[in-house]
Design a protein around this ligand. Structure first.
Ligand SMILES: [Zn+2]
Ligand SMILES: [Zn+2]
Length: 102
């Protein structure tokens, strides 16, 4: 394959030109079809930029959901950590009461 930018002969497997680093191979984000130009996919017609935009918002939503999950986990962890404290206090109270002869 010849680089369309500088004309350098590059191996067919290369994704970037070894001399000017121009992108030689674009892989469709929707169907993984490899082609030598960006824009729209030759195989499924997906618009690369639009598709990546949608993918980007989906990733942001996923990160937000992950954050929410982590927060829920943290509060659960706090409850578990507080459990021996509250349990220990009632135990202390029990021994205190016994020592008072109640
Ligand atoms: Zn080049
Ligand atoms: Zn495609």
């Amino acid at each position: 394959m010849r680089c369309p930018q500088c004309g350098r002969e590059t191996p067919d497997t290369a994704s970037f030109c070894i001399r000017c680093h121009a992108t030689l191979r674009f892989v469709c984000p929707a169907c993984r079809h490899p082609q030598d130009h960006g824009g729209t996919c030759d195989a499924c017609g997906a618009d690369f930029e639009k598709y990546l935009e949608v993918l980007g918002t989906r990733m942001v939503e996923q990160a937000e959901a992950e954050r929410r999950r982590a927060r829920a986990r943290a509060s659960l962890l706090r409850q578990v950590l507080l459990l021996p404290l509250t349990g220990g206090l009632s135990l202390l109270k029990y021994f205190h009461d016994r020592m008072q002869g109640k």
